[in-house]
Design a protein around this ligand. Structure first.
Ligand SMILES: Cc1cc2nc3c(=O)[nH]c(=O)nc-3n(C[C@H](O)[C@H](O)[C@H](O)COP(=O)(O)OP(=O)(O)OC[C@H]3O[C@@H](n4cnc5c(N)ncnc54)[C@H](O)[C@@H]3O)c2cc1C
Length: 466
């Protein structure tokens, strides 16, 4: 049943864009927030997106853009305030063009990351952004959150992989900037402003994306290391030996393996019980067999005491099983139920000290800590879980204080409280607390100028004015 205001707005929308407000539009992966919505619209074209935005602006109704809904900081769900219109990009999934010789692909924002990767592969190219959520996460969502994932070490985050953008601004105007240029110094970069803005400045409707020639020789190894210090020295050794060809370097903590054994025992563990391990992937040019390159690294690292045991994948299936291990850690975490998750980044040289200090400081708190992540990018997921036999609810009163302690230690070492997931609604308070005041003032000025009515994803990234 629509109320009168939603009814009036619905009447101003393009024919056929409305969808039923089903629970799937109101949920987020961790189940901590339940969104609200007056209407759900799924436009079929950029013009229809613009028409929906103009209608919402006229009716002063907030808009929450939604891609795959896999965001982890509640940017895609609005649990409080006047019920918004959810603008889903689910029907804008077209591949507009591929230019293999230019290494460019142009896709609509609702295309899943997996579909974009598949389209690139069909053209003999690679779109290197890679996340465990890629079957559902959409290109628009990946750009809006500036997603990182497992290959950022080599190829950068989503921002580095975007050449141009088409977007609808809060007044309904359309920015046509789907350029395929690698050089274009023509003033303020609206593309870069919208990337990472989490839908708070406009709606991305399409993007031109940078492709690469896929490295022909992929090698994968799972290596047990004595600790984070050794892992970082190993990273430097690997980068030196592989000359820029390390694609991924993932840290796996022993607690993550224990969680997998507990809730996903079907996932095979090639190095069971390892307190610390790293998953290394290299992509080498023609003529350089990856097994031999990784073998050389393993021998060298063992001689230096950086690796205590290790396996080099001898087949694609074995490499996939290593990755399966890494990619199921978030699911195991979800099943155990975190008290607080921290998506942090640090300068590489601060990481080992941070892990040591944080583990020590939190040792008396009755927690299990699962520390893992994209070590090559300095990006850790430092997540806190209840002790065995206790529930998340037991920690409700301490949750914020625990997170503040973790974030204080990160900030003191020159790190970030949000490495790759964004700010969304979950971390608005953190941004206000830890953000640079001048930068925050500039962000508010940009928001106020582009979105004076405050309709674009209200309360995401920056708190909505009272
Ligand atoms: C299992 C799992 C693994 C993950 N691994 C990673 C990882 O390794 N690295 C990483 O960075 N993230 C990871 N994520 C988080 C998430 O997948 C990414 O943030 C992803 O980019 C979100 O894309 P989406 O389409 O699902 O966006 P949504 O969740 O739909 O939206 C996310 C934000 O972007 C906005 N938005 C969505 N579409 C648009 C658009 N077209 N225009 C403007 N704003 C828009 C939304 O309003 C919201 O604020 C993971 C999530 C899960 C569940």
């Amino acid at each position: 049943m629509l109320n009168a205001a939603d009814d009036a707005l619905a009447a101003r929308l393009p024919q056929g864009v409305l969808r039923d407000v089903t629970p799937a539009y109101l949920e987020e992966p961790r189940g901590r927030y339940l969104g609200r919505a007056g209407l759900v619209a799924a436009p079929r074209s950029t013009d229809e997106v613009a028409a929906v935005v103009r209608a919402c602006a006229a009716a002063r109704v907030g808009i929450v853009p939604r891609g795959g809904g896999t965001g982890l900081v509640a940017g895609q769900v609005m649990p409080e305030g006047p019920a918004p219109l959810i603008l889903s990009l689910e029907r804008m999934t077209a591949l507009r063009a591929v230019f293999p010789e230019e290494n460019v692909l142009v896709a609509e924002a609702g295309m899943t990351l997996q579909a974009a990767r598949d389209a690139a592969q069909t053209a003999g190219r690679l779109f290197p952004l890679s996340l465990a959520s890629q079957g559902t996460a959409a290109i628009g969502g990946c750009l809006a959150t500036n997603a990182g994932g497992v290959t950022a070490l080599r190829y950068g985050t989503a921002r580095a992989l975007c050449l141009g953008i088409e977007a609808v601004l809060p007044d309904g105007s359309v920015v046509h900037d789907l350029k395929r240029l690698r050089k274009d110094n023509t003033g303020y970069d609206i593309r870069d402003l919208l990337i990472g803005a989490e839908g708070s400045l406009g709606i991305i409707t399409a993007a031109s994306l940078k492709l690469v020639v896929p490295p022909p020789n992929i090698g994968t190894a799972l290596l047990q290391v004595p600790g984070p210090d050794a892992a970082l020295t190993l990273l430097s050794l690997a980068e030196g030996r592989m000359a820029g060809c390390v694609t991924a370097f993932e840290l796996i903590g022993g607690q993550g393996l224990a969680f997998l054994a507990e809730v996903l025992p079907e996932i095979r563990q090639p190095l069971p019980g390892a307190e610390w391990s790293v998953l290394v992937e290299v992509g080498l040019p023609e003529g350089l067999p990856p097994e031999a390159a990784l073998e050389g690294l393993l021998v060298d690292a063992m001689e230096r005491g950086l690796v205590t045991d290790g396996l080099i994948a001898q087949s694609g299936a074995q490499a996939a099983s290593f990755w399966q291990l890494r990619e199921h850690i978030p699911e195991a975490n979800r099943r155990i139920g975190a008290i607080a998750s921290h998506d942090i980044s640090l300068p590489l040289s601060e990481i080992a000290g941070f892990i040591r200090d944080a583990d020590k400081q939190l040792a008396g708190e009755g927690l299990r800590i699962n520390c893992f992540g994209h070590l090559g990018d300095g990006n850790l997921h430092y997540n806190l879980f209840p002790a065995p036999g206790r529930s998340r609810a037991d920690y409700d009163l301490r949750r914020k204080a625990l997170s503040d302690r973790v974030h204080s230690m990160v900030i003191a070492r020159g790190g970030s409280f949000s490495a790759e997931h964004g700010v969304g609604r979950l971390k608005v308070g953190d941004l206000e607390r830890w953000g640079d005041p001048a930068r925050l003032a500039a962000m508010r000025a940009i928001k106020g100028t582009l979105d004076p009515l405050g309709i674009m994803n209200p309360g995401a990234v920056l708190s909505a004015p009272a």
